[in-house]
Design a protein around this ligand. Structure first.
Ligand code: FMN
Length: 376
């Protein structure tokens, strides 16, 4: 059935960037950077160029701001000159097809292992042994999926050093030719560990009140806007995410405050993961939902909604005015030409989760483009 995707294919202005359509590629960790130095290579450049479209927006996979921020084998970085050179190839391939790209900046915090951090103990807002002892929390390290290493709490003086790492990574993103940067503040990584009071038990100016727990995030956002200007910075939050050990006693109030503060900064967009997805797993049970629908009433800028969208539901959330664009994750993995397929109502290829985090071309650059004579 050919569906009318009228709103998905109307243009929209995101800060300084003019998009021709609203089918965004979500940030997707795919573990294919060259190790041990986390450098984007030709395989990554090919994968992203396949997914670029005229006037389309791609948010790059989560990208580490320092060696000690790493927590996923194969994730790329933006802290060395070689990484910048690698990213130049990726970004120029997207630009050659008329697409746009932001880098997503990432510190994994306690969701890490000393195998990945250069031997340094992972850091977080507070120490929570239950986190690294929980067998459901796993980290992709060189020896396979392992329990996270024990972590320690950041000292106040160290927090400003990490803010500086984000600022420098934002500068390197500019050197690499990206058009802006997104802060990864979702899915239980360092920013989220400070935001939510299930993981933040500090009693200094970075813990306790909502204002204090949001301080680190806002400092990082200001560091990023100091490099790029606020119209080229986005923030991704997962207000309903419980994946990776997240919980908060009052997420409504917390994320309302964050959105109000971000209003004052004025971003290119706020990127919200909808409640039905935990990390990368679709969940069925109803959670205390904080979705784009609630954030729309608070946040005054553009909103990207993500998480479990299908062609119909994507069109519907845009038509309702709740979001300005929809980010697709897993469908973009298996459909390099996803915007075209949505526009023309073409069938989608199913994704294979067994190759989400493997290390070669299979399940990465070998998903087919649609062609008319393909057998059904
Ligand atoms: C393989 C995989 C890798 C992901 N990596 C990231 C990431 O690097 N950064 C991020 O913010 N979210 C990441 N996510 C979450 C996705 O961006 C997205 O929110 C999620 O897949 C739900 O959207 P979907 O239903 O369209 O797939 C990842 C999800 C998957 C499946």
């Amino acid at each position: 059935m050919t569906m009318n995707k009228a709103t998905l294919f109307t243009p929209v202005q995101f800060g300084a960037m003019q998009l021709k359509h609203r089918v965004v590629m979500a940030p997707l960790t795919r573990s294919r950077s060259i190790q041990p130095d986390s450098i984007p290579g030709d395989l990554m450049a090919e994968y992203y160029a396949q997914r670029a479209s005229e006037g389309g927006f791609i948010i790059g996979e989560a990208t580490n701001i320092s060696v000690t921020s790493r927590g996923w084998l194969g994730a790329p970085g933006l802290y060395s000159d070689q990484q910048v050179e690698g990213w130049k190839k990726v970004v120029s391939g997207i630009h050659a097809k008329g697409g746009h790209m932001f880098a997503q900046l990432w510190h994994t915090g306690r969701s890490s292992h000393i195998d990945l951090t250069g031997g340094e103990m992972p850091v977080s807002a507070s120490v929570d042994p239950a986190y690294w002892q929980n067998p459901s929390h796993l980290v992709s390290a060189s020896s396979g999926w392992v329990q996270p290493s024990p972590h320690r709490a950041l000292a106040i003086a160290e927090i400003s050093l990490i803010v500086e790492d984000y600022r420098r990574a934002a500068e390197r993103a500019m050197d690499a030719g990206f058009e802006g940067v997104e802060l990864h503040a979702a899915n239980g990584y360092l920013m989220d560990q400070f935001l939510q009071d299930g993981s933040n038990k500090r009693n200094d100016e970075y813990g306790g009140s909502i204002e204090n727990r949001s301080r680190f995030l806002l400092e990082v956002v200001r560091a990023m806007t100091s490099v790029w200007g606020s119209d080229r910075v986005g923030v991704r939050v997962g207000p309903s995410g419980t994946w990776n050990g997240m919980s908060d006693s009052n997420p409504q109030a917390l994320f309302q405050y964050v959105a109000e503060q971000l209003n004052q900064i004025g971003l290119a967009y706020l990127h919200i993961i909808e409640p039905r997805v935990k990390g990368n797993v679709v969940v069925l049970e109803h959670q205390g939902a904080i979705a784009a629908e609630q954030m729309r009433t608070i946040f005054q800028g553009k909103i990207i909604a993500a998480g479990g969208f299908e062609p119909d539901t994507a069109e519907a959330i845009l038509e309702s005015g709740t979001a300005d664009a929809v980010a697709f994750g897993r469908h973009f993995i298996s459909n390099p030409d996803l915007p075209r397929r949505l526009k023309e109502g073409l069938p989608l290829t199913a994704y294979d989760r067994n190759t989400f985090y493997t290390f070669d071309a299979h399940g990465y650059t070998d998903y087919p483009f649609y062609h008319e004579n393909a057998l059904a």
